[in-house]
Every structure is written in C-alpha cells, then in structure tokens.
Design a protein around this ligand. Structure first.
Ligand code: ATP
Ligand code: MG
Length: 138
C-alpha cells in the first residue's frame, strides 16, 4: 500500500461530499483530511514547479480564492489510482476521453478542474508534509 495527496479545489466546494463519496467508493482509505484557505504564498509554494509558466499567476489566484480540502489517501498504487480516478488535467478533455472521471463530472476547463493529485510518491510526501503543516488562521 502507498499514499497520495488529493485536494478538492475552490471551484468544487459545492461537490465536496460527492467527491469524498467517489474516493471512498473507489476503495481508498482517507488517513488525514483538512480544510484550509491557501494564502497567495501557500499557493505559490504548493505549485512552485510551475513558476514562470504562463498559467502560473492565474493558478495561484484561483487556488487562493476560496477554501480547499486536502486528503492523505492510502491504497495499493495510490498515486496512479487517484490520477486515473481524476482523469485528464483539462476537464474538457476529460469529458471526451474519460467521461465518468471526477474532472469530467465536476470540473470546468483547463484551470478549474475540481481536484489535484500528486504526480509521484516523492511529490505526495512533499505535498502531505506541506499541506498539513500550514498554520491555521484561527
Ligand atoms: P494537479 O497538479 O493540480 O493535480 P496535473 O498534475 O494534472 O494537475 P499540472 O500540469 O501539474 O497538471 O498543472 C497543475 C494545475 O495547473 C492544473 O491542475 C490546472 O489547474 C492548472 N493548469 C495546468 N495547465 C494549465 C493551462 N494550460 N492553463 C490553465 N491552467 C492550467
Ligand atoms: Mg501536477
């Protein structure tokens, strides 16, 4: 068994319950969960690998626009299993190529795509450590 980091993005706030249901129905165990609102700096750090790309500033603004729900998911081959359940990055592509996927069902376009998933076990470790260490605002 391995773990990955999943996140429900601000555009999918109204679908949090349905997305959590999909995750559990797929056989993942949710070993940690937290809701937080990213600061601009949190979003910049979380997506640091994309710094300098044309979509980076828009992505940072989007990810800090409202709360997100982050989860540590455990399953056999958790990283590819969760990415497969999400579907392709762009929700319009997902509706063509993986019509029952989470991004096809709950996302909008290439930026507002409902969920995030780690791209490797090393990224999962980094993202889980980062996310669950963000200081709370209260
Ligand atoms: P994520 O890392 O969020 O799970 P991903 O690994 O499928 O998504 P990345 O290439 O890492 O895709 O892109 C990170 C996020 O940046 C995407 O999920 C999307 O929100 C946004 N993004 C990626 N490419 C574009 C683009 N061409 N235009 C606008 N936004 C984009
Ligand atoms: Mg990625």
């Amino acid at each position: 068994r391995g773990r990955t980091f999943a996140m429900i993005k601000p555009d999918a706030y109204n679908h949090i319950g349905k997305i959590v249901d999909r995750i559990l129905e797929a056989g993942f165990r949710i070993s940690n969960i937290r809701m937080v609102r990213f600061s601009t700096e949190n979003a910049r750090q979380f997506y640091a690998e994309h710094a300098g790309k044309p979509f980076y500033d828009g992505l940072v603004g989007f990810m800090s626009s409202d709360v997100v729900v982050g989860m540590e998911l455990v399953a056999v081959d958790a990283v590819p299993k969760w990415r497969s359940l999400m579907g392709p990055t762009n929700s319009n592509t997902a509706r063509n190529d993986a019509p029952t996927s989470i991004r096809a069902t709950f996302g909008t376009d290439g930026q507002r795509n409902a969920t995030h998933g780690s791209d490797s076990p090393a990224s999962a470790n980094r993202e889980i450590n980062f996310f669950f260490s963000i200081p709370s605002n209260t």
